[in-house]
Design a protein around this ligand. Structure first.
Ligand SMILES: [Zn+2]
Length: 585
């Protein structure tokens, strides 16, 4: 079993390891390559300007991160074509279907990039060009493979002219129009061929050789060689979202055990169902079951006394019973009451977040989901969504409140922060006081929150502009409190500024506590965002093209909650992927 995924950079350990294995395959399978050509791969991905092609690397990954094969695609945005530089299985994996799977993935990518198709070189099967029968047989097998996709050599040109007279096996130029029925005009073909020869073979092909080859393209439109091996109709391109481009979706499968059955308690189990129902209608998601993580991750951001307390008080409760805090240690925090229910006020900031019997279990499971999703980013996926309740962003190091017990987003951010700088951009209607407090002293985690002004909105005691961080963390907490009425245009302007701050900070990962209580008519908010606003918000955030973890926070109008979540996530997806061409062009 293997999965195909794109490697965007060599930043995470998983990607560094993958890149090194790709280089091993290059050395083993292409012994003619220079050391320099093998070594340049990471820079090729980082620096498209230098190489004048944007490089897209796919790997076929087997068990424990073993790279079984790879494909390197070069994208030229102005001329709208792709050049397939390599597609290769590791030595021990040839003939295992990996080459075929990689080729199909590359076709999908070239199609999604709106190109005229895919060009690549293939060694000839003509005895006049390939003298050794053994090698010729291998070449024929490759050409037969590509014929299944209607990809065949361009006929009647001098492309396969040896650079030196007498050289054996000069390659054909093969063209795959990706089933689009394109008649490739001669002038376009000439431009493409010139680009390939000048950029790919810079310093190898002399100018007069390039002129000869380019001018040999006379047919208009270009003509492909007749099929020689395959009679069947070509394999069609898959039009669904490729697996590695989907949003990882981790759902809290035990959220329903936490159910406060009281009038007006809006944080209810149906919230998850209403979101899931909307997401299930798309092919944008790849569901992954939550893994269990030890409590040490929770204790990495929360006070252990608080964590122990929550666990103990929950165990001792009768089924269905809840503890409501009712005495608060405003004057004396030094002596927590012995009686567990009374001690609730020591650890909770309000009177409407009851500690229900399953609160600990449900909140710990939400943490598992956020951590599972974060780990997927470390494995190289770009977008992940933890669909969880109870929410978490109001939970501070030693306090719960605002329906929140453990700060799942902050716990996941803490895990990711071992690999580089993080931005937590909280877009819930209510101030993200939890992560503000958790990371208040740190400069490697920038916390930003856009929320209803504390003079009108929960949590009332925090979320002011003046809260900027402390010590080394000074300047790394940004609060953007907004007035009672905010519509889509107003919100976009504010978000645009926030996104500039994110870009300036240049994080490695982005964490989004996603509250959808900014929606029109939400019972806990006062703003008026609609589905289309959530879509543009998602798109703006996705355009940052950062590995992004979204954690579900608030949003309580279950008539529109699912629709708004779907719009946000679909926007995020299209921002992350569709904008690619525009950015390069
Ligand atoms: Zn909220």
């Amino acid at each position: 079993m293997f999965r195909i995924r794109r490697v965007y950079d060599d930043i995470t350990p998983a990607n560094q390891e993958a890149m090194a294995q790709v280089q091993d395959i290059l050395r083993a399978q292409f012994p003619g390559l220079s050391k320099k050509d093998v070594a340049k791969l990471p820079e090729q991905l980082r620096n498209p300007l230098k190489y004048r092609f944007r490089s897209v690397l796919f790997i076929a990954e087997g068990a424990r991160g073993r790279v079984d094969g790879f494909a390197l695609l070069l994208h030229e945005a102005a001329l709208k074509f792709c050049y397939l530089d390599y597609v290769s299985a590791a030595e021990q994996m040839t003939g295992s279907g990996i080459g075929g799977a990689l080729y199909e993935r590359v076709r999908e990518e070239a199609f999604d990039l709106n190109t005229v198709g895919l060009f690549f070189e293939c060694l000839p099967d003509d005895p006049g060009l390939s003298r050794n029968p053994e090698i010729r047989k291998q070449n024929a097998a490759r050409l037969r493979f590509y014929e299944r996709y209607a990809a065949r050599p361009i006929a009647n040109t001098a492309y396969e002219t040896p650079l030196k007279t007498g050289d054996d096996n000069p390659p054909y130029l093969v063209y795959d129009d990706l089933g689009q029925g394109i008649e490739l005009p001669r002038d376009m073909a000439r431009k493409i061929v010139r680009t390939i020869l000048e950029r790919k073979y810079a310093g190898v092909c002399p100018p007069d050789y390039i002129e000869t080859v380019v001018n040999s393209f006379q047919d208009d439109p270009v003509i492909l060689r007749k099929p020689m091996y395959v009679k069947k109709p070509p394999v069609p391109i898959r039009r669904t979202t490729p697996l590695d481009k989907r949003i990882i979706l981790v759902i809290n499968d035990r959220h329903w055990i936490h159910h406060v059955e009281e009038r007006g308690y809006v944080e209810s189990p149906v919230r998850i169902d209403t979101i899931l129902k909307e997401l299930d209608g798309t092919d944008l998601f790849h569901k992954v079951p939550p893994r269990h993580f030890s409590e040490k991750h929770i204790k990495a951001v929360h006070d252990s006394g608080f964590v122990e307390y929550l666990r103990k008080v929950c165990i001792n409760l009768e089924p269905g019973a809840s503890v409501y805090p009712y005495v608060f240690p405003v004057r004396n925090r030094t002596r927590p009451p012995k009686n567990l229910p009374i001690r609730a006020g020591y650890y909770c900031i309000d009177t409407f977040t009851p500690i229900n019997g399953n609160a600990y279990l449900a909140a710990a499971r939400a943490v598992d989901c956020a951590l599972t999703a974060a780990k997927k980013l470390l494995e190289g996926y770009r977008l992940a969504y933890a669909l969880v309740r109870p929410p978490g962003h109001h939970a501070e190091p030693a306090t719960c409140g605002g329906f929140c017990y453990f700060n799942s987003a902050a716990i996941a951010a803490q895990l990711l922060s071992a690999y580089g700088k993080i931005v937590i951009l909280d877009v819930d209607y209510h101030h993200g006081n939890g992560q503000q407090e958790i990371f208040y002293d740190r400069s490697d985690v920038l916390t930003i929150s856009i929320h209803g002004h504390p003079s009108i909105a929960y949590p009332f005691f925090s979320g002011f502009v003046g809260e900027k961080g402390r010590g080394a963390g000074r300047g790394y907490n940004i609060n953007i409190p907004l007035p009672e009425s905010v519509d889509g245009d107003h919100y976009r302007n504010v978000l645009r500024d926030a996104i500039k701050r994110v870009t300036r900070f240049n994080p490695r990962f982005l964490v989004i506590p996603l509250g959808l209580d900014t929606a029109k008519e939400d019972p806990t908010g006062s703003w008026s965002l609609e589905a289309k606003d959530f879509a543009s918000m998602g798109e703006m955030i996705g355009s940052l093209r950062l590995p992004t973890l979204v954690v579900q926070e608030g949003g309580y109008d279950t008539r529109v909650l699912g629709i708004n979540a779907r719009h946000f996530l679909a926007g995020l997806w299209s921002g992350a992927y569709s904008s690619e061409t525009a950015r390069v062009g």
